[in-house]
Design a protein around this ligand. Structure first.
Ligand SMILES: *[C@@H]1O[C@H](CO)[C@@H](O)[C@H](O)[C@H]1NC(C)=O
Ligand SMILES: *[C@@H]1O[C@H](CO)[C@@H](O)[C@H](O)[C@H]1NC(C)=O
Length: 414
């Protein structure tokens, strides 16, 4: 496994439940104040804004946008309108880049510029838009609620699919007048599939690329994954009443400490045990990554993900009480996201890893089964034998293995 400079496992943060990775020894690393390396996002990213800290320092143009979701969240979006060599944004095809849970847009920018997906896309003639989900460092704003208010955190990935994605699609489509290519990692794939299955986004979508796709979590078999999921479903002592899951806050670090003290759980080796043995992370950028991560999410979101582990299917948030489900959904059980309803002619690229414990190959197979009615010529699947979950986001060779495939997939759509 890849170890960080100080000897603890580098953290995999594009994925969910992974907050449990923040074992006590790792938490110390988070506050250690690392010096940023040449290619990376400075730790002061929050103060500077992502354009300044991750994009213009590499010689690229960058524009910041705010977009308001239908339920009032104010999301920060960065646009890289052209490559380093210039060329303007006219007639370029827009690409929307969506991170996973406990991460934000800067997760795509931690490596050297020539290794980062957003900058590679910009240099290859695309108009690049990076989203930051609600609750993350650049998107902790709402038209009427403060993040200190528990109501601010009353959402799960249902709302990311229903409100965040459509808001960003509208912004991009409104500014460019063009249909949008989408690329997501981890939960960024789940919410796109969910949204598309409900007929959203389709009219503004050119194609969709899913890296480390997560729809089913049936095959999470690691002890830690299972205990973590169970914890979020009820035994969460120190977390009860908490609305925001902020991985560096005291209640959460206390919880993680207690969790990791359980017999049979090896948090030290967590990353490998939980996300899979990432082959290709850069030790020093992975270390730097720890200074910016993990980003907050809502407890409700982690509970929802844990329900997916428990229940197998892909459904909306389960309020666990039939009458409450009835109130929200008009049914005693939460509605299913039926992936067969994704229009069968949506061009789709899907890349998954043989060693990914979160997007386990068996679960990806279930996803592919549920897409079996999809037009064969519209579905491109790549299997990367040696890759685990985080390699798709920040593998030093992801450009050669995965991103070139994404580029040619996008370029082949008209
Ligand atoms: C790893 O990251 C460091 C710091 O950004 C950089 O100097 C080094 O060249 C990177 N190594 C690889 C293999 O990309
Ligand atoms: C999903 O939709 C397909 C086709 O529209 C239908 O045949 C199938 O029964 C649905 N599945 C569920 C679980 O509703």
């Amino acid at each position: 496994m890849i170890m960080s400079a100080s000897g603890f496992p580098s953290l995999a943060l594009g994925c969910f439940l992974l907050a449990v990775a923040v074992a006590p020894h790792v938490v110390h690393g988070l506050s250690r104040g690392l010096t940023p390396g040449g290619g990376a996002v400075a730790p002061s990213a929050s103060a500077a804004g992502l354009c300044a800290s991750g994009i213009t320092i590499h010689g690229y143009q960058c524009q910041e946008f705010d977009v308001v979701t239908k339920d009032g969240y104010i999301l920060s979006v960065q646009r890289i309108p052209e490559g380093r060599a210039g060329g303007g944004s006219t007639n370029k095809q827009p690409v929307f880049i969506q991170h996973g849970v406990l991460a934000d847009g800067s997760a795509w920018l931690v490596n050297l510029p020539e290794q980062n997906l957003p900058l590679i896309l910009a240099d290859n003639g695309f108009d690049v838009w990076i989203a930051n989900g609600r609750g993350t460092q650049f998107s902790r704003r709402h038209t009427s609620l403060s993040p200190a208010n528990p109501e601010f955190w009353d959402w799960s990935w249902d709302e990311l699919a229903a409100f965040d994605l459509p808001a960003v699609f509208d912004l991009i489509h409104g500014k460019t007048g063009k249909k949008v290519h989408y690329v997501g990692h981890s939960l960024g794939t789940t919410i796109a599939l969910a949204s598309l299955s409900e007929g959203k986004l389709v009219d503004k979508l050119q194609s969709v690329a899913l890296l480390s796709p997560v729809a089913y979590l049936t095959h999470i078999t690691t002890a830690l994954g299972i205990v973590a999921a169970r914890s979020f479903l009820g035994e969460v002592g120190s977390l009860i009443g908490l609305a925001e899951f902020n991985p560096v806050s005291k209640p959460v670090t206390d919880f993680l400490e207690a969790l990791c003290a359980r017999p049979g759980l090896d948090c030290y080796d967590f990353l490998t045990a939980f996300t899979g043995p990432n082959c290709c992370l850069n030790v020093s950028t992975a270390d730097l990554f720890l200074t910016n991560y993990p980003q907050s999410t809502s407890m409700k979101n982690l509970v929802h993900l844990s329900q997916t582990v428990r229940d197998g299917g892909l459904t909306k948030y389960n309020y666990e009480i039939p009458s409450t489900n009835m109130m929200h959904y008009g049914d005693a059980s939460p509605p299913v996201y039926n992936l067969s309803n994704i229009p069968h002619d949506v061009p789709m690229f899907l890349s998954y890893g043989g060693l990914d414990s979160l997007a386990d190959p068996k679960d990806v197979q279930l996803l592919l089964d549920s897409l079996k009615l999809h037009d064969v010529e519209k579905l491109t699947v790549q299997f990367v034998k040696d890759y685990a979950h985080m390699d798709f986001l920040m593998g030093v060779n992801a450009k050669d293995i995965v991103y070139t495939q994404v580029l040619s997939f996008f370029k082949n759509q008209h």
